[in-house]
Write a protein that binds this ligand. Sequence first.
Ligand SMILES: Nc1ncnc2c1ncn2[C@@H]1O[C@H](COP(=O)(O)OP(=O)(O)O)[C@@H](O)[C@H]1O
Ligand SMILES: [Mg+2]
Length: 105
Amino acid sequence: MKIAVVGKGGSGKTTTSAVLARTFARQGRATLALDCDTNPNLGISLGLGEEVTESLIALRDAVDTGEQEHASSADDLVRRFGVEAPDGVHLAVVSAIQNPEPGCP
Ligand SMILES: Nc1ncnc2c1ncn2[C@@H]1O[C@H](COP(=O)(O)OP(=O)(O)O)[C@@H](O)[C@H]1O
Ligand SMILES: [Mg+2]
């Protein structure tokens, strides 16, 4: 199951995403949270703290500036850019896919 949370700034996207992710993870579901926001603070809401959240943002910046290669698969993305948050949620801060292949990225 894939869930996208979208909306205006301040409408509750981050809070809702964190509650959904932690609820699913507590139910024993493998849960990968991807923060694509320009203001990516889902790590804070997931309980990771500022330092780890900032390090994930720095990794995304490195991809955006070309210092790091894009991940080649979801597994590669989690391994290289992901961290484990409380309740077993995996989180990565990700950038847009500029030229997606056909299908659902
Ligand atoms: N269901 C809710 N009821 C009341 N306040 C909420 C609710 N969801 C979020 N908030 C508060 O609204 C503010 C914006 O929420 P946030 O999740 O950061 O929004 P967004 O990610 O869309 O910018 C925060 O202060 C948050 O605590
Ligand atoms: Mg937000």
